[in-house]
Structure formats: structure tokens, C-alpha cells
Design a protein around this ligand. Structure first.
Ligand code: N01
Length: 555
């Protein structure tokens, strides 16, 4: 499986140091930039461990049909290097998975980062050693590495969840999870396919699978709100213009709510007549994507009556699009406010239900009872299938941490520390886990933002902190439990002002049986969050205990 530069890097592992300044986990956006910082700006020794056989992280694993990004391409990239920004040209409004992967491979090659990465290597243990004040990191390749700092760039959606439906293992056809799709692709020609799940991965893959499969059955638990992507190839003049304004574009994105270069708009839905509202919604609908919320009304995320107007507008679009009224009715989202689950961006999703070879099965009212050797049995029917696609999401934000078996002070496991939900300081650090830094960890804007913007901010902030420790002769950086508690309260308070708690979503862990229901990301906006992080740094890393090894010092 190992090939090219990745293969050489893996083979070179034997000659790499086992005692380093930093171990970085993951070689997606986060790990690539972090390793560049460690090498070029900090001059530190490091190892990067990556489970895949190439760079890319999320974009390495999620190769399902139709996979593409919901952020507009020109801001779904790194901003740290002006030449990189100018030389790369995206082909369309929303990049497809292969193009993003190609971009990340380009970044890795351009900055010669692959030689610093151990591919095909998963971190299986990370234990804080109180005798050495270092992290002992173990891998599935049997290596043990000692590092002063442990930095995770493991993404928020990296541990897939395949529901444990009775009979699953007896299914005689093939089954796949969207988050670990075979690299050689799947041929659906002439097959009867079932897709379980209608989140982002499901709605992107369903229209593409429908075009190929003989028959497609979609098993839907929760009808969802969707905005059309309006994907198109990008006019070169448009991109050229953006390239001349990139400084302004990034500045706006970095100080915005969600990491996009959209100016805040202060227009309230309830201040307008129904006719005016409809006109404004139509314009925003024509624009498509996340701009629908960004360019329509500012109160739809805060005022239920305003939210209802957006929700009803979207429902009217579903009714207009889907020809069969009964199917349309099943597709109408009614049990959660618009935006309280991840807003989905679609291309031809609802149109797909007008095809003769596509059937929608409502498993909210007639749940799946079992997977039979030949298909799926629900409370009111049996569906013969050759292939099942699980578009059933991820053990988001915490699952990948737990898989690494992280142990902090006193040998406490992170699973236990976070038994009631993740507790972090700024989504970057955890009390009793010194010198552990999480890029886009729970408690940071992460999944509620345009990820590259949040990742760059975290990587740069962590790098500045590492530089500070060197300048001030500090060995240990550890979140203060009180600061952590206060940050947790702020994360919760912000979430409580929104509609997020009103939906069963993976933001709350609701998709995983037994997972504590805690809202995990910080919803206060990337601009406010950046300001808070900058203030913490300017105050000498307020909220952290900074110590010389073995000698407690002032914070
Ligand atoms: O996963 P999801 P996803 N029985 O958790 C259903 C990012 N992303 O992979 O809503 C039956 O959103 C579940 O039903 P319900 C993005 O942030 C981005 O689609 O829980 N059904 C739901 O319909 C996204 O939010 C991009 O009732 C079950 C679906 O499966 C995140 O990844 C593309 C079930 C899971 O939806 C996750 O998206 C793709 C069960 N036991 C992903 N368990 C882009 O940027 C779950 N479901 C384009």
C-alpha cells in the first residue's frame, strides 16, 4: 500500500529520533502546518504520526461519491504563505475531495513536509510521565517516542460510527462507511443500494449513487434543512480579483463569526413583510451555500419566530421540488429549528427523489429492526440490497482522542476525565494533561467555522506559546482547573443562547448511544475566540500554570 514519498518516509522511521521536542498526531491541514512551524520557525525536533499512507486527514479518508467541501474554495486553504495563495488556482466554487487532497499533497511537497511524517502509523498510547515530565507516545508500529510536547491534529470527525444494528455482520453484500471509503472506489452499476443517513455525507453521495445504481433506497431518520450549493466552475477573473484582495479577505474571515469573509449583516426577518422576506430569501437561495444564512437575516439564529420564517421558506422549496407529495411530506424537517443541526449544502438532493429508481424510507416512524443477510428489515417492510452505505457520521470531537488512550497526571485516562463531556481550556488544553495541545479541540470554534481559518489560528497560537516557553525557560504548560471551569461555562452559556441545544446532533454527542449530551464546540464566533486567545497570550498566558520542570512557579 505504501508508495512514493510516503513509503520512503515510513521506511525512514527506523532512523528517526525517539526523543523529540514534539510529537504531532495527524497529517491533515493541522499536522502539516504545525510541523512546518516546528521545523521552520521554532527549529524544534519533532515526529508526525499519520494513520493513512498519505497526507490529507479528513480529505484522505472521506472519498465517498460526491464528496466536496461546503466552504468556498478560495478560503478553504492556507493563508500563511502569499506565494502559495497566489500560485494555486481552484477549479470551482466548492472543491471536490480529489482536488483538496491534491492541494494538501502540493502543500506537503512544496514545503518538503513528507519526510517529517511517519505514514501508516497510528498513535495507540500517549502517557504523561511524571518522572520525566514528558509524553511517552506509543504507535501501532511498536515504536515508543518520548516528547516534551504532544500536539494533536486529529480532526473533529475522524472516528466513524457504524451503528450496531442487529444482523449487521451477517449481511452478505458489501457495506461501506462514507468516512473510510475504499481508495479504488465502489462500482454501483446494476446494484440495489441502501444508504442509511441523510447528514452532509449522505446528501452529497445520494444523488451521485442514484445516477449509477440500479435502485437506491434511502433510510432517513431525521429530515434535514438544506440549501442548494449552486456549485459552478470558477470564473478566472473572479479568482484573480480575489487574489488581489486576499489580505482583506483573510482579515475579514479571521474576525468573522464563522471564518468566512462575509460582512455581518444587520437585517431582521421580523422587520419585513412576508412578501419582502420572501424576496430576500429568494435572493439568498439563488446565491446558495452558507451565504443563505449570511446574506438573508441576522435574527434567524436567535429568534424562533424569525427562524420559523426561514424554515417555512425552505420547506416550501422542498414541496416545489419533490413531485410526489407523500415523499415531499416525509422530507420536510419539522422537529428542529433551522440551523440547530449542521446546515446541509446540497446539489440535486431533493431532485433525486423524482427519479424512478429512488425510494425514501422513513425510519423515524418505522425504525430499522435488523440487517438481514439480503437487505434491511424495518418495522413496516423488507428491502433487498446488494450494498449498504453507512452515511451515519462520526463519534465527533472526542472519539479520536479516546482511541489514542491518552493518560495524564496520575495515570488518569482522558476517557475518565471527560466522562461527563469534554472539559478544556480554550479547546486547546486540559488541566492535568501538561504540554498537551489540541488543534481545534472541543471548546474551540472548530466545526462551527471554516476549518482552515481556525486551524491556522490554533497552530500559530500554539507556536507562539512554545516560543514563549523557550524565551522564559518554562518546561510545563498546564491549564488551570479554574480557568478551564470558567471557559466551560462560557462555552455552555454561548450555546444556550442559540438553537443548537434543541436538536439531537453530533455537536451534542446525541448520535452516539451513551455519549453525554454536552454541546462541544464554542459558538461565540472565531473573531471573539481569537480575541480571547490573544488576550490570554498578552497577559502572559493567563489561565495556565507555567513551570520549570520540578519547580512549581507562578502562573
Ligand atoms: O454525519 P451526520 P455526516 N440509524 O452525523 C443518521 C462534516 N462533513 O458524515 O439526524 C439510522 O451529520 C443520522 O440521523 P439523525 C459536517 O460537519 C462535511 O453526514 O441523527 N440513522 C444522520 O442522518 C457534517 O455535519 C462535509 O437522526 C442514523 C446521518 O446518519 C459532519 O461531517 C461533508 C443512525 C449522520 O449524519 C458529519 O456528517 C461531509 C442510526 N443508528 C461531512 N445513526 C462537507 O463539508 C446516525 N444516523 C461537505
Amino acid at each position: 500500500m505504501t508508495s512514493g514519498a510516503a513509503g520512503e518516509a515510513t521506511m525512514a522511521a527506523a532512523t528517526k529520533p525517539t526523543e523529540v521536542d514534539a510529537v504531532v498526531v495527524g497529517a491533515g491541514f493541522s499536522g502539516l502546518y504545525m510541523s512546518k512551524k516546528l521545523r521552520d520557525d521554532l527549529g524544534m525536533s519533532y515526529r508526525v504520526f499519520e494513520a493513512g499512507d498519505d497526507v490529507g486527514g479528513t480529505w484522505y479518508w472521506n472519498r465517498y461519491p460526491g464528496a466536496r467541501c461546503d466552504s468556498e474554495a478560495y478560503v478553504y486553504c492556507f493563508s500563511f504563505d502569499e506565494d502559495l495563495l497566489q500560485e494555486w488556482t481552484w477549479s470551482g466554487k466548492y472543491p471536490e475531495q480529489p482536488e483538496i487532497l491534491k492541494y494538501l499533497q502540493h502543500v506537503a511537497d512544496r514545503f518538503d513536509l513528507k519526510s517529517g511524517i511517519d505514514f501508516n502509523t497510528r498513535v495507540t498510547s500517549a502517557r504523561y510521565n511524571e518522572e520525566t515530565d514528558r509524553w511517552d507516545v506509543g504507535t501501532d508500529q511498536g515504536e515508543q517516542v518520548s516528547a516534551k510536547f504532544l500536539i494533536t491534529g486529529i480532526g473533529c470527525l475522524s472516528t466513524g460510527q457504524v451503528p450496531n444494528i442487529p444482523g449487521r455482520d451477517d449481511f452478505q453484500g458489501d457495506w461501506y462507511h462514507t468516512g473510510s471509503w475504499p481508495h479504488e472506489g465502489v462500482d454501483f452499476t446494476g446494484k440495489r443500494v441502501g444508504v442509511i443517513g441523510t447528514g452532509s455525507s449522505g446528501v452529497q453521495s445520494i444523488p451521485v449513487i442514484a445516477e449509477q445504481a440500479e435502485h437506491l433506497t434511502v433510510f432517513q431518520r431525521t429530515p434535514q434543512f438544506m440549501i442548494p450549493a449552486r456549485h459552478h466552475t470558477v470564473d478566472e477573473h473572479y479568482l484573480d480579483d480575489i487574489k488581489t484582495r486576499y489580505d482583506e479577505v483573510w482579515d475579514t474571515a479571521r474576525h468573522s463569526i464563522a471564518g468566512y469573509p462575509y460582512k455581518p449583516m444587520d437585517r431582521k426577518a421580523l422587520d419585513h413583510t412576508p412578501e419582502e422576506r420572501r424576496e430576500i430569501y429568494e435572493e439568498a437561495w439563488a446565491e446558495g451555500g452558507f451565504r443563505f444564512s449570511g446574506t438573508s437575516f441576522s435574527d434567524i439564529g436567535l429568534d424562533k419566530r424569525a427562524n420559523d420564517t426561514a424554515a417555512e421558506f425552505i420547506r416550501s422549496k422542498i414541496r416545489e421540488t419533490v413531485e410526489d407529495p407523500e415523499t415531499a411530506e416525509k422530507l420536510l424537517p419539522r422537529d428542529h429549528p433551522f440551523g440547530s443541526k449542521r446546515t446541509l449544502i446540497d446539489t440535486n438532493y431533493f431532485e433525486t427523489y423524482n427519479r424512478d429508481n429512488v425510494e425514501l424510507v422513513d425510519i423515524r416512524h418505522a425504525p430499522i429492526e435488523e440487517i438481514m443477510p439480503t437487505g434491511i428489515k424495518t418495522e413496516d417492510g423488507e428491502y433487498e440490497l446488494d450494498i449498504i452505505v453507512f452515511a451515519t457520521g462520526f463519534d465527533a470531537m472526542t472519539g479520536s482522542f479516546f482511541r489514542m488512550n491518552i493518560e495524564g497526571r496520575g495515570g488518569e485516562k482522558l476517557q475518565d476525565t471527560w466522562a461527563d463531556g469534554p472539559k478544556t481550556y480554550l479547546g486547546l488544553s486540559v488541566a492535568d494533561y501538561p504540554n498537551l495541545f489540541m488543534i481545534t479541540g472541543p471548546g474551540s470554534p472548530s466545526v462551527l467555522s471554516n476549518m482552515p481559518v481556525s486551524i491556522e489560528q490554533h497552530v500559530e497560537w500554539i507556536s507562539d506559546l512554545l516560543e514563549y516557553t523557550r524565551e522564559h525557560d518554562i518546561d510545563l504548560v498546564e491549564a488551570d482547573p479554574e480557568a478551564q471551569e470558567a471557559w466551560g461555562a462560557e462555552v455552555n452559556d454561548n450555546a444556550d443562547k442559540t438553537f443548537y441545544p434543541y436538536a439531537d446532533s453530533w455537536y451534542l454527542g446525541a448520535n452516539i448511544p451513551g455519549k453525554p449530551r454536552v454541546f462541544m464546540p464554542y459558538v461565540g464566533g472565531v473573531g471573539n475566540y481569537r480575541k480571547k486567545c490573544d488576550e490570554v497570550a498578552a497577559a502572559g498566558y493567563e489561565g495556565y500554570k507555567l513551570e520549570k520542570a520540578g519547580t512549581p512557579a507562578a502562573s
